[in-house]
Design a protein around this ligand. Structure first.
Ligand code: AMP
Length: 260
């Protein structure tokens, strides 16, 4: 079974011994209820690091909706098995009390904090910055891996690492999808079976949308019982993407695709 580190002292002892052996450390932060999307990050980390540490922590401060927090799925035993089967070396599972003993930071996200998730979920990115910074301080990895599914979050983490001068390389990984095309998410388990099977229409719509038919795509999503929050194209550097967010069957889903 995988090595479980539940206190900062246990974590620190492990990290120190690995660094003394000159091992590079890859870190994959998660909120648990793990799936193949998370495992793709573990596997990517294994390719370029000697040791891979995952964390499981459902951070209350990044939930702007308390019922979303209360209903967030959990299955620690299954998570531990999945991590072991994917040869993850250790998992950090802190308590709220311990994680909150690490000093907090605030970072000016500029316009990045004002669009899409920043606009739809007030306080969300402040919570993300707070927890990821605390985890980075505790784990002090060489590299950290994040999914492109939460693409804006990946940019926020890069900005935080940059403005706090942390020497951690932040790496983004491709989105892993269910056979229907629906982006894998821990929240998908809250969709009814019928709706989950049909939910591939979101990705299908993204794949067919361009600058000229975006209005029709918005109407199509709404007609399919998707309570659309946004369907927008944004460019970050030379990376142009189409982003979507909304509620399906009462479950909040996000996705994005690269636009040429
Ligand atoms: P979460 O547990 O949802 O906070 O996600 C932890 C990490 O896994 C984040 O970096 C997510 O972007 C990433 N992730 C979640 N779902 C997927 C997916 N379907 N494909 C790739 N990465 C994912």
């Amino acid at each position: 079974m995988i090595l479980q580190l539940r206190t900062l002292a246990e974590l620190s002892e492990f990290i120190t011994s690995q660094k003394q052996k000159k091992r590079t450390i890859g870190f994959v932060p998660t909120m648990g209820f793990l799936h193949k999307g998370h495992m793709s990050l573990i596997n990517l980390a294994k390719e370029s690091c000697d040791i891979v540490i995952a964390s499981i922590y459902v951070n209350p401060s990044q939930f702007n909706d308390s019922s979303d927090f209360d209903n967030y799925p959990k299955d620690e035993q299954k998570d531990l098995e999945l991590l072991s089967n994917n040869f993850c070396d250790a998992v950090f599972i802190p308590t709220q009390l311990e994680i909150e003993s690490i000093p907090n930071v605030r970072v000016d996200l500029g316009t990045l904090g004002d669009v899409m998730e920043g606009r739809s979920r007030p306080g969300h990115f402040e919570g993300v910055v707070e927890i990821v910074h605390r985890l980075f301080k505790a784990v002090s990895p060489h590299k950290a891996f994040f999914g492109n599914k939460d693409y804006q979050q990946l940019l926020v983490v890069k900005k935080m690492a940059d403005s706090c001068s942390l020497s951690i390389e932040i790496i983004g990984a491709s989105i892993v999808r269910e056979p229907s095309g629906l982006a894998m998410s821990s929240r998908n388990v809250r969709l009814s079976k019928d709706i989950r099977n049909k939910a591939g229409f979101i990705y299908e719509t993204l794949s067919k949308t361009n600058l000229f038919n975006i209005k029709e795509s918005r109407a199509f999503l709404t007609d399919n019982e998707f309570e659309l929050e946004y369907l927008e194209i944004h460019s970050f550097g030379d990376d142009k993407r189409l982003f979507v967010a909304g509620l399906l069957d009462g479950v909040r889903l996000i996705d994005n695709v690269k636009v040429n």
